[in-house]
Design a protein around this ligand. Structure first.
Ligand code: AVI
Length: 330
């Protein structure tokens, strides 16, 4: 049987608020203020992201769901060891609600694969929801949820003997800046052996208007998701952001394939962070850059794989070429 994985993050982790405090001080002291989209995902942010995924304008989730459904047999075959008796870990980074993954989980179970599903997410609430739904829908599945960020998940993975198939779906890879993405892929590839598999979801470059609309929906859910970052700073750092004086703004730059999202201060204002004993000045129309969502081409994906010492073994896409789930291996 496969060795057991720990079910919680490493105990020596410092209070996550320490990182948030440092990050906010550093990011809001820059000439162009910035905050990382990593901090979107508290429980409220994860809930809003669930809503985003169901929006008519937000095509990535629906498209990836369709392509996983269509290619489920081939993808599952590519992920699992050939010998059905050989057990493996199916580790998923940023598992969220696992809706798309369930397509693969069902297929693997139906074809007699022997595996343990290890969903990793930074939202404990999202993971609890996932574990509950899996117990009800797939009671025979072995599940070992881990509350951790990507860095801890990578450490966890590196320290695990045994065969692994790693999932990183939903174009989460698009949220890294290029140098961070390179480092992340190197770290992800490093513990993989030639027996292991990696499946990464990439949102592909397409009609720029369609891309931009996905990040500026008509119901304002994406705006609420962006504003939640300010709400979070109000809650956790005692800040006094007045949301009446902020706007959500987003743009797509086809030159580098990046959607960039911002929070815009609609007037000159001072924000106080009570828990940091610190104040920040914003000019009228000054912005906080809060997110990058890169879009890819097949050629770029090939280069990224090569730079990480991996090769593209399979390229699964939908019929409109909107999205790709790419199977990588050593
Ligand atoms: C999680 N990530 C892949 C989403 C994206 O498309 O970049 C986050 C998101 N931000 C706004 N809408 C969705």
């Amino acid at each position: 049987p496969a060795p057991a994985l720990p079910v919680t993050a490493a105990p020596e982790l410092p209070d996550p608020n320490t990182f948030l405090r440092q990050h906010v001080r550093e990011g809001l002291s820059r000439p162009f203020k910035t905050l990382s989209s990593m901090y979107f995902y508290d429980d409220e942010g994860s809930r809003l992201f669930q809503q985003i995924m169901a929006l008519p304008e937000y095509y990535p989730t629906r498209t990836e769901f369709g392509l996983l459904t269509h290619h489920r047999a081939a993808i599952s075959r590519a992920l699992r060891p050939q010998d059905p008796a050989e057990s493996f870990f199916l580790l998923e980074l940023g598992a969220g609600d696992g809706l798309k993954t369930k397509i693969l989980l069902r297929e693997l179970l139906e074809t007699g694969a022997s595996f343990t599903y290890v969903p990793v997410d930074i939202s404990a609430a999202a993971l609890e929801g996932l574990a509950t739904s899996l117990r009800a829908e797939l009671p025979e599945l072995r599940v070992e949820p881990v509350v951790a960020d990507y860095a801890d998940a990578l450490r966890l993975m590196a320290g695990r003997p045994g065969r692994k198939a790693v999932l990183f779906l939903g174009s989460n890879i698009g949220n890294f800046l290029p140098p961070d993405r390179h480092r992340f892929l190197l770290n992800l590839a490093q513990p993989l052996t030639s027996d292991d598999r990696l499946l990464i979801g990439f949102d592909l470059q397409k009609d720029p208007r369609r891309i931009r609309a996905a990040y500026d929906d008509s119901q304002g859910v994406t705006a609420a998701f962006n504003f939640n970052l300010l709400r979070r700073l109000n809650r956790e750092l005692g800040a006094d952001f007045d949301l009446g004086h902020w706007q959500h703004y987003t743009d797509y730059d086809p030159l580098d394939g990046a959607v960039r999202s911002f929070l815009v201060s609609t007037r000159a204002q001072t924000v106080r962070f009570a828990k940091l004993e610190w104040t920040v000045e914003f000019r009228a129309w000054e912005m906080i850059h809060t997110e990058n969502s890169y879009k890819f081409t097949e050629a770029i994906i090939g280069e990224l794989a090569e730079e990480a010492g991996l090769r593209v073994a399979d390229f699964f896409t939908d019929e409109q070429d909107f999205f790709a789930d790419v199977l990588l291996r050593r």
